[in-house]
Design a protein around this ligand. Structure first.
Ligand SMILES: *[C@@H]1O[C@H](CO)[C@@H](O)[C@H](O)[C@H]1NC(C)=O
Ligand SMILES: *[C@@H]1O[C@H](CO)[C@@H](O)[C@H](O)[C@H]1NC(C)=O
Ligand SMILES: *[C@@H]1O[C@H](CO)[C@@H](O)[C@H](O)[C@H]1NC(C)=O
Ligand SMILES: *[C@@H]1O[C@H](CO)[C@@H](O)[C@H](O)[C@H]1NC(C)=O
Ligand SMILES: *[C@@H]1O[C@H](CO)[C@@H](O)[C@H](O)[C@H]1NC(C)=O
Ligand SMILES: *[C@@H]1O[C@H](CO)[C@@H](O)[C@H](O)[C@H]1NC(C)=O
Ligand SMILES: *[C@@H]1O[C@H](CO)[C@@H](O)[C@H](O)[C@H]1NC(C)=O
Length: 175
């Protein structure tokens, strides 16, 4: 009887692991669990759907550094206006928040300074992964790591990242 119970317990645990593995959450599910990144998710969903479908079709994984809603709200109004009126600019800025591969925090922590190529023209993002914290481009940092979803992993960060090559275009409207 005891053996049966143990085996049944083991079976339940294994089924659970299996279910979790095959039912990786979609962006909509992530948004329900993490409403603090709804702005980023809505922008990615409306602007990068073609890219995301292509990645999924090719079985490629990604790591998204996702600014929280407060980060988007703290952008100057003229910057927000530019991102909303220039779809190319918005797409490029969003792609700068995404790097290839499923880089969970466990994989990064303690690795020190790492330069990673983003999906925006391979423009580099500098990560500084101490043993406890992952800094992105110096001053931003990961505030919630390891939100797994069907395409890989999302790390929530506390600031919007601007690709150096687009500083003028984003901050001053000059190219
Ligand atoms: C993404 O956009 C589609 C329509 O293009 C919509 O049906 C879906 O709810 C959106 N998902 C999220 C998470 O915003
Ligand atoms: C993606 O993975 C699925 C299931 O593992 C496989 O059937 C499919 O051929 C893969 N597609 C590509 C483009 O590798
Ligand atoms: C839109 O942004 C791109 C950079 O992504 C820039 O080259 C272009 O000049 C901008 N277009 C307008 C109308 O500002
Ligand atoms: C990005 O780098 C990859 C591999 O190094 C290369 O194949 C690809 O052409 C590069 N893309 C751009 C836009 O530079
Ligand atoms: C990385 O972070 C550590 C700890 O905050 C800091 O001492 C170091 O200067 C940082 N390195 C770079 C290149 O920013
Ligand atoms: C990403 O990595 C985690 C473990 O670090 C794993 O559980 C998850 O299945 C991976 N996701 C994908 C889409 O490969
Ligand atoms: C954008 O707005 C900020 C204040 O929020 C202001 O300091 C800056 O001069 C403005 N820049 C442009 C190019 O309009």
């Amino acid at each position: 009887m005891k053996v049966v119970r143990v085996l049944f317990g083991l079976f339940c645990i294994l089924s659970l692991i299996h279910a979790v593995r095959i039912e990786a959450q979609t962006l909509s599910e992530v948004e329900r669990e993490h409403p603090d990144i709804s702005t980023l998710i809505t922008l990615v969903n409306s602007t990068l759907s073609t890219q995301l479908s292509a990645l999924a079709a090719a079985n490629r994984t990604i790591t998204v550094f996702a600014p929280d809603n407060t980060a988007f709200e703290s952008l100057p109004a003229n910057v927000t206006a530019r991102l909303h009126t220039n779809e190319t600019l918005l797409r490029d800025v969003l792609l700068y928040h995404i790097v290839p591969g499923n880089l969970s925090a466990h994989f990064l922590l303690g690795e020190g300074v790492i330069l990673v190529k983003t999906l925006f023209d391979n423009e580099t993002l500098m990560l500084n992964a101490t043993r406890t914290t992952i800094y992105v481009e110096g001053t931003r940092k990961v505030i919630v790591p390891d939100v797994f979803f069907d395409l890989g992993v999302i790390h929530i960060i506390n600031g919007v990242l601007i690709p150096p090559s687009l500083h003028g275009a984003v901050l001053y409207g000059t190219s």
